[in-house]
Design a protein around this ligand. Structure first.
Ligand code: AMP
Length: 364
């Protein structure tokens, strides 16, 4: 049984964070600003979040004695990445409140369950078919058509576990490339733009969305986010409504992000949900410098049982990710008037690794 939620956390309280990446680091910094402590649990000794908290546990997510000690030390548990093993989340939730509730992970860790969840809410997605084995791929391709995207149901991110099947592509080879795992086959969407909504929901059920953000990906990795998104008021309203509906349907507590495609349809547009991230999100990093309360603060407030803020955006904003070797560009950004540079303290540069980001307020 889930332990009862404590009242609003006081200044002696500690929030446990599963995952030690840059998202955990920025969550912990936001918590510190609000006078709250964090304890980060991560298997990686080089976790960027370890540098900014006073208590850390470096252990495997399956290490139940480490999880037990972690639970003893914290008042509530949250996570900064969605692939926390379901068993670890269940183990912790028998000891401490885990927010958002682990049932959200079960849906968002599986692309098939996630797509069905979204469609059951009456929200559109790309057309898709279930592909559990190679024999299911040919009928799925016949139903969906080409081009199509074969995506592993689990553990896909930043384009990993995805293969585009063009007209001439060999399905057997695509199945090899995704590693012979249960997949979904998705229709390739000729989107006009990609957008996301970062939404916060508190324990009282209040929802506050940040403004719709427009996202540009390079090699499947987010490169630039711009806000406001260049979308019509109708698309904006629909995107915000979708995020609110998903947050409410989950009974969500904390911050989530919904990634969407905007597709031209007749004289207007359709909005299709691509993915839900049950956590703070890269496309919300602009809120650190561009809004009265950041996504990280919103998440901490919500899991601490505090009311979420009604955030105000400061202007037109652009956020640029520094990926891999681009971290060297930080030196030039430090000279740019008005630019806010964020570096995640990662010692090792790897291709595709998010090393930092820069936010700029642009003239209106
Ligand atoms: P995902 O891991 O599903 O978020 O996909 C990463 C990126 O790949 C998206 O942000 C899109 O740019 C692209 N992508 C994913 N699915 C599709 C699709 N069905 N059609 C077109 N582009 C896609």
């Amino acid at each position: 049984m889930t332990p009862q939620l404590p009242g609003p956390l006081g200044s002696d309280a500690t929030i446990g964070i599963l995952g030690g990446g840059q998202l955990g680091r920025m969550l912990a910094l936001a918590a510190a600003r609000l006078g709250l402590k964090c304890h980060v649990f991560s298997p990686d000794p080089a976790s960027p979040a370890f540098d900014v908290v006073h208590r850390v546990t470096c252990a495997d997510y399956a290490d139940t004695s480490a999880l037990d000690r972690f639970a003893e030390d914290v008042d509530v548990v949250t996570y900064e990445f969605e692939n926390v093993p379901a068993e670890s989340a269940a183990f912790l939730s028998a000891r401490r409140p885990v927010l958002p509730d682990p049932h959200v992970l079960a849906v968002t860790q599986d692309r098939l369950a996630e797509k069905r969840f979204v469609q059951d809410l009456g929200i559109a997605t790309a057309r898709f078919a279930e592909v559990d084995d190679p024999a299911m791929l040919a009928p799925a391709l016949a139903a969906i058509g080409r081009p199509a995207v074969l995506k592993t149901r689990r553990f896909g991110y930043d384009g990993k576990g995805q293969v585009l099947l063009r007209e001439a592509a060999d399905p057997a080879r695509a199945w090899d490339e995704v590693g012979h795992q249960p997949c979904i086959l998705e229709a390739f969407v000729r989107f006009e733009r990609e957008i996301s909504v970062v939404a916060a929901r508190d324990r009282a059920g209040r929802v506050a969305c940040f403004d719709v953000t427009e996202n540009e990906h390079r090699d499947h990795i987010l490169k630039i986010s711009r806000v406001p998104a260049a979308v019509s008021p109708a698309v904006e309203a629909e995107a915000l409504a979708i995020a609110g509906k998903i947050a409410a349907a989950f009974g969500y507590v904390g911050v989530l992000a919904v990634e969407m495609f905007v597709v031209a349809e007749g004289a207007g547009h359709a909005v299709l949900v691509n993915e839900i991230a049950p956590r703070v999100h890269n496309s919300g990093h602009w809120t650190l410098d561009g809004a009265s309360a950041s996504q990280f603060e919103q998440h901490i407030r919500a899991v601490a049982g505090w009311p979420i803020a009604v955030p105000r955006r400061h202007g037109r904003i652009e956020m640029v990710n520094l990926i891999g070797e681009e971290v060297a560009e930080a030196a030039a950004w430090l000279e740019v008037p008005g630019a806010a540079v964020h570096l995640y303290g990662k010692g090792t540069v790897r291709p595709g690794r998010k090393m930092g980001h820069v936010t700029r307020l642009l003239p209106d």
